[in-house]
Design a protein around this ligand. Structure first.
Ligand SMILES: Cc1cc2nc3c(=O)[nH]c(=O)nc-3n(C[C@H](O)[C@H](O)[C@H](O)COP(=O)(O)OP(=O)(O)OC[C@H]3O[C@@H](n4cnc5c(N)ncnc54)[C@H](O)[C@@H]3O)c2cc1C
Length: 467
C-alpha cells in the first residue's frame, strides 16, 4: 500500500540514526518492508501513517522513544494492544511507541499478584495466571491490550465479583514525559496512581502493571438467547435480575445477529436476537439453581451455558472479531433502564446493520459499586450499566451504514443516559465528552496532568489538557 509520509530533514535523520543505535527494538519507517503490517491497528477504518514506529523491547527503549518525541516535538502515540476504537494507539506523521514486543509476565502465586509488561494482551495474562488457578478481571475478548483497557477502567465478565480491572491494580511502573521512571501505587506518587486508574494514557507510558489475583479456574458461562419479539420482556426482567443476582453471576445484555457457525444451531443462524452472556464463578453444583430464573422470562431459543476454563470464555468471541474489521462505536453510562428507553432500544435493534454489529449493556454493580466515585479517576460508580452501540463490518463499503446506525441509535438513547460515557468505548468526540466522562474528577485530573505532563506530550488519547 502506498504511503504519503514526507521524508525527514538531515537534522531529523541524524536524530533518527541516534535513536536507532540507542534502542534494542526495531525502528520502522515508511518504505520499510514491515511498515504497512506494523502500522496496522485492530480497527481497519483507521488508516494512519506514522513517521516512525518504535517497537520497544524494554524500559530503556521506552525512555529513548519518549525523549526522541519530546526533543523532536513529534506527536506521540502509545500503542498497547492496538484495539482502541478511534485509533488512539497510532498517529499520522508522528512517533508510535509500540509496546507490543514487551510481553513479560511474572505470576507470584504466593502473594497472588501478577506483574504484566505493557505489550501484553489479556489472552497472554489469562494463559499465565490460569496455570496457577488464578485470574484478574479484564474484558470479554482476549486479544484486547492490557494497557488501554486497564488505564480506561476495565469492564468484563468479572466486574460484579471482583470489580473493575483498575480495582485490582496495585502499582504501575511508568516513564514520564520528562524521562523519569517512577512507580505509582497507594504509597508512591498516590496522586498519579489515582489518575491512571481511569485517566487513560494521559500521564506517561506504563511499562508494567501489578495486579491482584483471585482464585478462579472454571466458570459456568455462555449465552442465553431469546427471539427479538421477546426482547422488551427480557430487558425488563434483566434490569431487575442482574442488580439483585448473587455477585458470583455476571451477565451482559446484547442485541446481536447469531453467527452462522457452530456452536449455534443452524435454525438460529443469522437471526437477529437478544441475549445475555453469562459468567458464573460460584460453585458449579449451585449453577442450576442460580440460572433457574433465566427461564422465568419465557422459553429461551438457546441456553448455551456450561462449565469451562475461564480463559475459554475470554476467548469465545475472538474469532468473531478478528483484526481488520471496520468499527464505529458510541457509548453512554446508564443508571435506569426505563420502559421508554427499552422501546427506543427495540426500534434500533431491529435495524442491526450487519452480522457483527451489536449493542451491549455491561453491568456495573456488586464489587464495582464498593469503590467510591472519588477513590479513582473513573467517575461513574453510580451507573448501573455501560452501554455501547457497536457498528462493525468486514466490508469497507459498509462504513457509512454502520456509522449512521450507531449514531442514530446513540442519539435516540442518550436522553435516557447518565450523561457521560466509558472512555474506552468512545470515538474521538471532543473535550466536552471527555469532561462528561470524568465529571467532578476532571479538575483533579487536570491538576495531576499539569504536574506530570505540563506540555501535553501525551495527547493522542481521550485528552485531559493541562491547565
Ligand atoms: C474487540 C474489542 C473488545 C473490547 N472489549 C472490551 C471489554 O470487554 N471491556 C473493556 O473495558 N473494554 C473493551 N474494549 C475497549 C478497550 O478497552 C479499548 O479499545 C482500549 O483502548 C484498548 O486498549 P489497547 O491497549 O488494546 O489499545 P491501544 O490502541 O493500543 O491503546 C489505546 C490507548 O491506550 C493508551 N495506552 C495503551 N497502553 C498504554 C500504556 N502501556 N501506557 C500508557 N498508555 C497506554 C494510549 O493512550 C492509547 O491511546 C474492547 C475493544 C475491542 C476492539
Amino acid at each position: 500500500m502506498a504511503t504519503t509520509v514526507s521524508r525527514p530533514t538531515t537534522d531529523v535523520s541524524a536524530a533518527i540514526e541516534q535513536l536507532v543505535s540507542s534502542v534494542r527494538g526495531d525502528i520502522v519507517q515508511p518504505g520499510d518492508a514491515t511498515y504497512d503490517e506494523v502500522r496496522r491497528i485492530h480497527n481497519a477504518m483507521i488508516d494512519k501513517c506514522p513517521a516512525l514506529i518504535a517497537r520497544c523491547v524494554d524500559v530503556a527503549d521506552v525512555i529513548a522513544a519518549v525523549a526522541f518525541a519530546r526533543e523532536q516535538r513529534l506527536p506521540l502515540a502509545i500503542r498497547g494492544g492496538g484495539h482502541n476504537g478511534p485509533g488512539l494507539g497510532t498517529v499520522d506523521d508522528g512517533l508510535v511507541l509500540d509496546l507490543s514486543p514487551m510481553k513479560g509476565i511474572r505470576v507470584d502465586p504466593a502473594n497472588r499478584t501478577v506483574r504484566v509488561q505493557g505489550g501484553c494482551t489479556w489472552g497472554d495474562v489469562d494463559h499465565a495466571t490460569h496455570a496457577f488457578g488464578l485470574a484478574t478481571p479484564s474484558g470479554i475478548i482476549s486479544t484486547t491490550g492490557v494497557g488501554g483497557l486497564t488505564l480506561g477502567g476495565g469492564l468484563g465478565h468479572l466486574t460484579r465479583k471482583f470489580g473493575l480491572t483498575i480495582d485490582n491494580l496495585l502499582a504501575v511502573d511508568m516513564v514520564l514525559a520528562d524521562g523519569r521512571v517512577v512507580t505509582a501505587s497507594a504509597d508512591e506518587h498516590p496522586d498519579l496512581f489515582w489518575a491512571v486508574r481511569g485517566g487513560g494514557g494521559n500521564f506517561g507510558v506504563v511499562t508494567s502493571f501489578l495486579f491482584r489475583l483471585h482464585p478462579l479456574s472454571t466458570v459456568v458461562g455462555g449465552p442465553t438467547l431469546w427471539e427479538l419479539d421477546q426482547a422488551a420482556n427480557v430487558m425488563r426482567w434483566y434490569r431487575e435480575f442482574i442488580t439483585e443476582a448473587p455477585e458470583d453471576l455476571n451477565g451482559f445484555f446484547a442485541f446481536l445477529t447469531v453467527p452462522p457457525a457452530p456452536p449455534f444451531p443452524e435454525h438460529l443462524h443469522l437471526k437477529k436476537m437478544c441475549g445475555v452472556v453469562w459468567c458464573y464463578t460460584g460453585p458449579e453444583e449451585h449453577a442450576d439453581q442460580v440460572f433457574a430464573p433465566v427461564r422465568d422470562v419465557g422459553p429461551p431459543a438457546l441456553h448455551g451455558v456450561h462449565a469451562m476454563p475461564y480463559p475459554m470464555l475470554q476467548r469465545a468471541f475472538d474469532a468473531l472479531y478478528p483484526p481488520g474489521l471496520q468499527w464505529y462505536w458510541k457509548a453512554d453510562f446508564v443508571r435506569e433502564l426505563g420502559d421508554e428507553a427499552i422501546a427506543r432500544h427495540l426500534e434500533h435493534a431491529r435495524e442491526l446493520p450487519t452480522m457483527h454489529s451489536t449493542m451491549h449493556l455491561y453491568p456495573i454493580n456488586g464489587a464495582a459499586h464498593r469503590v467510591g466515585q472519588h477513590e479513582t479517576a473513573w467517575s461513574y460508580r453510580d451507573a448501573t450499566w455501560a452501554e455501547v452501540i457497536v457498528g462493525v463490518s468486514p466490508d469497507p463499503t459498509d462504513t457509512g451504514r454502520i456509522t449512521s446506525w450507531a449514531r442514530d441509535y446513540w442519539a435516540a438513547l442518550h436522553p435516557y443516559s447518565a450523561g457521560g460515557a466509558y472512555v474506552n468505548m468512545m470515538m474521538d468526540e471532543g473535550q466536552d465528552r471527555v469532561r462528561a466522562a470524568y465529571r467532578d474528577n476532571y479538575d483533579r485530573l487536570v491538576t495531576i496532568k499539569s504536574t506530570y505532563d505540563p506540555t501535553n506530550l501525551f495527547r493522542v488519547n481521550q485528552n485531559i489538557r493541562p491547565a
